[in-house]
Write a protein that binds this ligand. Structure first.
Ligand code: T4K
Length: 368
């Protein structure tokens, strides 16, 4: 029997290192609500990302929700349909209307050349996604946002550890959100962070994750309970030490896939080499063009599944075609996003994935 291979596996620190952190938590008898672990983790993230402000959350989704709320947006938000549904939910849950813009074939991020035609008097923001860790065209998006006085938010859920033009990806836009979910390159079990340059946002962002409470007798806003607890912060602190090493291993796995699959006609590999950025190798997406390969993405998915290899169709269905949103937002022409979503398959990639497993996966693909 084959061993099961999932699309990802969480990075775990050596158990003893986490146990040492647990001892501190036990000693402190302080489990959540801005404990020592939380504050230390926040400081370490600031120094890792070289930014002035970061606020931690229980997960990436609520971080994004709070970011939108803190920016006091209204009306329409231009966004990508090719993402995890969290991005759209955060817009809609804030009472805003998502306006979907197509993506680019070269890296699946929002097509900056198609944004301006969607801007009208109701538009208040752009919410772009560094999908698979590939940076959006940050310079052009910045120019468009400035020209039209729009807020620019990045869903950087996939992009922790990514750098561009010698800086952290977090240094672009008004706010960036990172996810530290177990399935991400870097995890704090569950968790998320907002990174921003405008220090005046900090107070509100802290209130929003704590029921809108300012002090024991001051409730100043409607807020969530979205605080990161000490156990998550401790996991983040432990995992941060191994991030560089993990990214190196992911790079190695990416190279193995690239070498093995580059001559498979009809299988498109995401080409990220040309761009001026340092990658985190978060995902390994391929596109299956059945008119060339003779088999569909779904046939490949099933074949791998029959061999106990659990790939994922991130991101299918397209948000605009999902049961939740197609009636409201489905009537929109998004040819590239449609094409990619119908053909994409993300292959297993994680720091403990064996070279032999990569070879086995590639051999199955090549034998289709
Ligand atoms: N924006 C974007 C663009 C996002 O991709 C996400 C999350 C968010 C916002 C929101 O951030 P968070 O609120 O989640 O911090 C997973 C993740 O749950 C989700 O975080 C992620 N994106 C999304 C792309 O993927 P599922 O439903 O595919 O997860 P699941 O449970 O099927 O896990 C995938 C595979 O990972 C499993 O087949 C096995 C493996 N796995 C998973 C977990 C949880 C493990 O081996 N161990 C584990 O502990 O959503």
């Amino acid at each position: 029997m084959n061993k099961k291979i999932f699309v990802t596996k969480p990075s775990m620190p050596p158990l003893q290192e986490y146990v040492e952190q647990l001892k501190i938590i036990w000693n402190n008898e302080w489990l959540t609500n801005n404990g020592i672990m939380h504050n230390t983790f926040e400081d370490e993230l600031k120094s890792y990302l070289q930014v002035d402000y970061t606020t931690l959350y229980v997960n990436g989704h609520l971080a994004l929700d709070c970011a939108i709320k803190a920016l006091n947006l209204n009306g329409e938000v231009i966004t990508t349909p090719f993402t995890f549904v969290s991005t759209t939910h955060a817009i809609v849950m804030n009472g805003l209307t998502p306006v979907f813009c197509d993506i680019k074939m070269e890296d699946y991020t929002i097509d900056e050349n198609k944004i301006e035609s969607l801007i009208n008097e109701k538009t208040t923001a752009i919410l772009a996604v560094h999908v698979y860790g590939c940076p959006c065209n940050v310079e052009v998006l910045e120019k468009i946002a400035r020209k039209h006085q729009l807020k620019l938010i990045y869903d950087a859920a996939h992009a922790f550890g990514v750098g561009i033009n010698g800086k952290s990806i977090a240094s672009y836009g008004d706010i960036s959100m990172f996810s530290f979910h177990a399935t991400k390159v870097f995890n704090s079990i569950e968790g998320g962070a907002l990174v921003y340059e405008d220090g005046s946002l900090q107070k509100r962002l802290n209130q929003l994750k704590n029921f809108g409470i300012e002090g024991p007798e001051e409730i100043v806003d409607t807020g969530f309970n979205a605080k990161m607890n000490e156990f998550s912060a401790a996991m983040g602190l432990c995992n941060l030490k191994y991030l560089k090493e993990d990214i190196e291993i992911r790079k190695h796995i990416t190279m193995l896939y690239n070498e093995s699959l580059s001559d498979c006609v009809g299988i498109k590999i995401l080409d990220t080499q040309k761009q001026n950025y340092t990658q985190n190798y978060a995902y390994f997406p391929i596109l299956v063009d059945h008119t060339v390969t003779g088999f569909t993405r779904d046939e490949l998915f099933n074949k791998l599944l029959n061999n106990d290899i659990f790939t994922r169709k991130y991101f299918y269905p397209l948000i605009t075609k999902s049961e939740c949103y197609h009636l409201k937002y489905g009537n929109v022409y998004l040819p590239v996003a449609d094409y990619v979503s119908e053909r994409v398959l993300t292959l297993p990639i994680y720091a403990s994935l064996d070279d032999n497993d990569v070879e086995r996966i590639c051999n199955i693909i090549k034998a289709m």
